[in-house]
Design a protein around this ligand. Structure first.
Ligand SMILES: *[C@@H]1O[C@H](CO)[C@@H](O)[C@H](O)[C@H]1NC(C)=O
Ligand SMILES: *[C@@H]1O[C@H](CO)[C@@H](O)[C@H](O)[C@H]1NC(C)=O
Ligand SMILES: *[C@@H]1O[C@H](CO)[C@@H](O)[C@H](O)[C@H]1NC(C)=O
Ligand SMILES: *[C@@H]1O[C@H](CO)[C@@H](O)[C@H](O)[C@H]1NC(C)=O
Ligand SMILES: [Zn+2]
Length: 279
C-alpha cells in the first residue's frame, strides 16, 4: 500500500509582537495519524522589496530555540524577482514541517528574512510559536510583520556562544567570571550587540554577587524591563531597549540614592574608557 502523508493545515492568527500575543497553537492531532503540518500565512512590511535582482528572496523558517543557537526544522524560500515594488508589501508563504520534530516542551520561532541579490539582509521578523499539548484548535491565519534590518543585526552572528546564549536566549554567565566585575576604571558600558550606552562607572559598585552591578542606568530609556517568571520566581528582567538583548535583572536591594541593583552579565557589555565618567 502506498503511504500518503496526512497533512494538517494551520492558519494561525498571531501578530508579530514579542510580548503581547502569545496565543497557543496546536500542532498535533492524535485522532489522525498526522505526519506533517502546514503553516500558511503572510509576511508584511513597510518599504520596498529588493526586486531588481534574480537572487533576492524571502526565507521563512520554523526554528527550534533551545539553550543554543536556533536549529531549523523547516524552511521555504520565495523568489522576489517580478514582485511589484510598492511602499508596503504582503507576501504569502506556506511551510510544511514534520510533526515528529515537534515537542510541546520546546519553544519554536517562525522567522522571516528578506535578502537582496548580494545576500544582504533587508528585512527581518520573528514570531514565537508555542506548541501546546495534543488538542484541537480552530484554524487561524498567521502574520509576520517584518522590519527593516538594523545595522547592528549582523553583530548577533559574531557573538561568542556564551554572549549569544545570554543576550539572545536569556541565559546567565557564571558568577565571578567576568573581568568587568572588578573593573573600577572610569568609562561607559555599552551593549555588546548594538553599542547603545547602558551603564556608567559612576553608578557601578561592589555588590559582592559576582556580577557587574550598578545602582542606576546611564541613559534613561536605553534600558528596558520585563517581568520574568522563570524558575518559579518573579523577577524583573533587564534588556537593551534598542536591540532587545537580555542583560540581567534588577532588584530593589541596592545602595542609596536609588536602592536599585542592576545585576548585569558581563558578557553583554563592552567597556569604553572615558575620564568624564569619573565619580
Ligand atoms: C483532528 O482530527 C479530527 C478527527 O479526524 C478532526 O475532526 C479535526 O478536524 C482534526 N483537527 C485538525 C486541527 O485538523
Ligand atoms: C519577470 O521579469 C523579467 C524581467 O525582469 C521578465 O523577462 C519576465 O517575463 C517576468 N516574468 C513574469 C512571470 O512576469
Ligand atoms: C507599517 O505601517 C503601519 C501604519 O503606519 C503600522 O501600523 C505597522 O505596524 C507597520 N508595520 C511594520 C512592520 O513596521
Ligand atoms: C561604541 O560606542 C562607544 C561609546 O559611545 C564609541 O566610542 C565607539 O566608537 C562605538 N563603537 C562602534 C563600533 O560604533
Ligand atoms: Zn543593544
Amino acid at each position: 500500500m502506498k503511504h500518503h502523508p496526512v497533512v494538517l493545515y494551520i492558519f494561525l492568527g498571531l501578530f508579530f509582537n514579542l510580548t503581547a500575543s502569545r496565543k497557543q497553537v496546536n500542532f498535533l492531532n492524535e485522532s489522525k495519524r498526522l505526519t506533517h503540518a502546514i503553516i500558511q500565512g503572510e509576511v508584511r512590511g513597510n518599504g520596498s522589496l529588493p526586486i531588481e535582482d534574480r537572487n533576492s528572496h524571502l526565507l521563512v523558517e520554523l526554528r527550534l530555540t533551545r539553550d543554543d543557537r536556533p536549529q531549523s526544522i523547516a524552511r521555504t524560500k520565495i523568489k522576489l524577482h517580478n514582485n511589484s515594488a510598492t511602499r508596503s508589501f504582503i507576501l504569502h508563504f506556506k511551510l510544511k514541517y514534520p510533526l515528529s520534530k515537534m515537542n510541546p516542551h520546546n519553544s519554536y520561532v517562525l522567522s522571516a528574512k528578506i535578502r537582496n541579490g548580494e545576500n544582504k539582509l533587508v528585512y527581518i521578523g520573528d514570531l514565537p510559536v508555542p506548541v501546546t499539548e495534543r488538542k484541537e484548535e480552530k484554524a487561524k491565519h498567521l502574520i509576520i510583520n517584518v522590519i527593516e534590518t538594523p545595522a547592528w543585526h549582523s553583530n548577533i552572528a559574531k557573538l561568542d556562544l556564551l554572549a549569544y546564549k545570554v543576550t539572545q536566549l536569556g541565559g546567565t554567565e557564571e558568577a565571578f567570571t567576568s573581568e568587568l566585575y572588578t573593573n573600577k576604571k572610569p568609562g561607559i558600558y555599552t551593549c555588546v550587540v548594538c553599542n547603545s550606552t547602558l551603564f556608567s562607572s559612576k553608578h557601578k559598585y561592589n555588590s559582592g554577587t559576582g556580577w557587574p552591578s550598578f545602582y542606576q542606568v546611564a541613559v534613561e530609556g536605553n534600558v528596558a524591563t520585563n517581568v520574568d517568571r522563570k524558575y518559579g520566581m518573579t523577577r524583573t528582567e533587564v534588556h537593551c531597549d534598542k536591540c532587545k538583548a537580555h542583560l540581567g535583572h534588577v532588584f530593589d536591594d541596592g545602595p542609596a540614592p536609588t536602592y536599585m541593583r542592576y545585576c548585569i552579565n558581563g558578557v553583554t557589555l563592552q567597556f569604553y574608557d572615558d575620564k568624564n565618567e569619573m565619580k
